[in-house]
Write a new protein. Sequence first.
Length: 213
Amino acid sequence: MKHGFPNLTVIDHPLIQHKLTHLRSEETTTDAFRRLVKEMSHMLAYEVTRDLPLENVRIRTPLAEVAAPMISGKKPCLVSILRAGNGMLDGMLELLPAAKVGHIGLYRDPATLEPVEYYFKVPSDIANRMVIVCDPMLATGNSAVAAINRLKDHGVTTVKLVCLLAAPEGVRAMLERHPDVPVTVAALDDKLNDHGYIVPGLGDAGDRIFGTR
Ligand code: URA
């Protein structure tokens, strides 16, 4: 754990690192960017679900009867922090097709960088599910902290945060406010700039996913 954050897992698999380099490049087109986010979301989903509980069920192979493991309990709930979180949903859902999905709309006030909520819709039984919050960029951490505050207000007790990139400031904010929430990322970058962007980063994830700039 080179970075020293006990709440942080950096997935340094060569495939994810290779794709991240393409994602960062300003030459990457919108359609390639979306495809890369989806592919990286597959790998992040794979890692973040490592500890899903299993139970043995009895099945018959063509050769024998066997007790074999299947995921047990209620299906997880993915929560996308709008709008960039939606870019990760398709990939995550391909690995977790039975997951429920919630959305939390937050925008950053450009002056204060504080999150302002404009939308909140989650499954009514979310308190009984493991929740995986998807937000590509953990920058100041303000949005992720606010979203997880709201989820905990709804009774959620098991939350994980999955991001493409994080800044140390965001990981620290999560550690201070939600030390029980593990954070999984493809890379921990150097810092935030004066506008709250991650450096070197990849720019504005929402704009790059949706081609709005
Ligand atoms: N949000 C983004 O989309 N990019 C950043 O670098 C920081 C926050």
